[in-house]
Design a protein around this ligand. Structure first.
Ligand SMILES: O=P(O)(O)O[C@H]1O[C@H](CO)[C@@H](O)[C@H]1O
Ligand SMILES: O=c1cc[nH]c(=O)[nH]1
Length: 233
């Protein structure tokens, strides 16, 4: 058991899915994992382990924002033996070509947060996905029409009132979310594998948003791709 995760030794698989929303963790456990057992309810940040096609897989909520994710991911890597972690999250598109309902495989995750510079003495570090997980996710996503592989940016602000988006659009960043950069950075420091598979839930520039049907269908696609990538690695 660690400070924020009430699992006993061995209760968490070395392969894990990481949604921001703890209720998405519950939904994944109920719909994708056989024999899922809940191992965490501290702060209602639910975590479960079950089997997917015969293999043990866990799913753990991480909360919103880089600091919250960093707490859960650090404990999972340091104290619960996790080796491969895939974030399954929503994001807001910022390019014309990224549409609501699309899937994004985040090859890199920039950030406006200062959180990494504490570890690098101010140097820039380029947080990136594990190539094996990315390749497997790309393979698994080929059956879906609208998939992008590229950079996202993990932002401190959800309601950003600055001109940051314009600069990110110019650099080809596909979408905004709030955690992947920290997942990739912690994984790099600890020699673990990480990836973020994201569903575009809204468009930050056009304000288009997903309806309930689309949300369910595309969240299913995202989970299917992430589970296939975890199984292959
Ligand atoms: O859907 P999740 O995984 O929570 O991810 C996105 O949604 C939240 C904001 O609404 C942030 O956590 C952002 O990264
Ligand atoms: O962080 C996020 C997540 C979804 N949509 C956004 O605009 N931002």
């Amino acid at each position: 058991m660690s400070l924020h995760i009430g699992a006993q030794k061995g209760e968490i698989s070395e392969k894990i899915l990481l949604p921001g929303d703890p209720l998405r963790a519950k939904w994944v456990a109920e719909n994708y994992l056989d024999g899922a057992k809940q191992y965490n309810s501290i702060r209602n940040m639910f975590g479960y382990t079950g089997t997917y096609r015969g293999e043990r897989i866990s799913v753990q909520g991480t909360g919103m924002g880089l600091p919250s994710l960093s707490i859960y991911v650090t404990e999972l890597f340091n104290e619960h033996g996790v080796e491969s972690a895939i974030r399954i999250g929503t994001c807001g598109a910022i390019q014309e070509k990224t549409k609501v309902g699309d899937l994004i495989l985040a090859m890199t995750a920039s950030t406006d947060s200062n959180i990494n510079r504490r570890f690098t003495n101010g140097l820039d570090f380029a947080p990136h996905a594990d190539f094996g997980l990315l390749q497997a996710a790309h393979e698994a996503s080929k059956k879906f029409d609208r998939v992008h592989v590229g950079g996202v940016s993990s932002m401190d602000y959800f309601y950003d009132e600055t001109d940051a988006n314009e600069k990110l659009i110019k650099h080809g960043v596909l979408a905004l979310e709030m955690e992947a950069s920290q997942l990739y950075s912690i994984a790099a420091r600890k020699g673990k594998k990480a990836l973020a598979v994201l569903t575009v839930s809204d468009h930050v520039i056009t304000h288009e948003a997903m309806d309930a049907d689309a949300r369910e269908r595309t969240l299913n696609d995202m989970v299917e791709v992430a589970l296939a990538a975890l199984s292959a690695n």
